[in-house]
Design a protein around this ligand. Structure first.
Ligand SMILES: [Zn+2]
Length: 85
């Protein structure tokens, strides 16, 4: 299956959604590589990953349920600020 060319915003949105899966090793090797390739090209997402990692350091680990909606929202807002939105 061939995916249509996605706008950068959509790719970033997907990267954000993949961060926790990536950190927990749930992505396939191929997805992880694509994710890493995006991070190298995108400062906003790289910084977002840094923030999530910092959160994990504080909490010990992040399970989907541990990441409270407010935390998630806060990170997303932080992320938007980095992107200047
Ligand atoms: Zn991005």
């Amino acid at each position: 299956m061939r995916l249509p060319t996605l706008r950068r915003d959509v790719v970033c949105q997907q990267a954000v959604e993949l961060v926790t899966d990536y950190l927990e090793g749930r992505l396939s090797r191929r997805d992880a590589r694509q994710f890493e390739a995006h991070l190298r090209a995108c400062d906003g997402c790289e910084e977002y990953l840094r923030q999530v990692k910092a959160t994990i350091t504080v909490l010990g680990s992040v399970q989907p349920d541990d990441l409270a909606p407010e935390t998630r929202q806060g990170l997303l807002e932080l992320y938007r600020q980095f992107r200047g939105e």
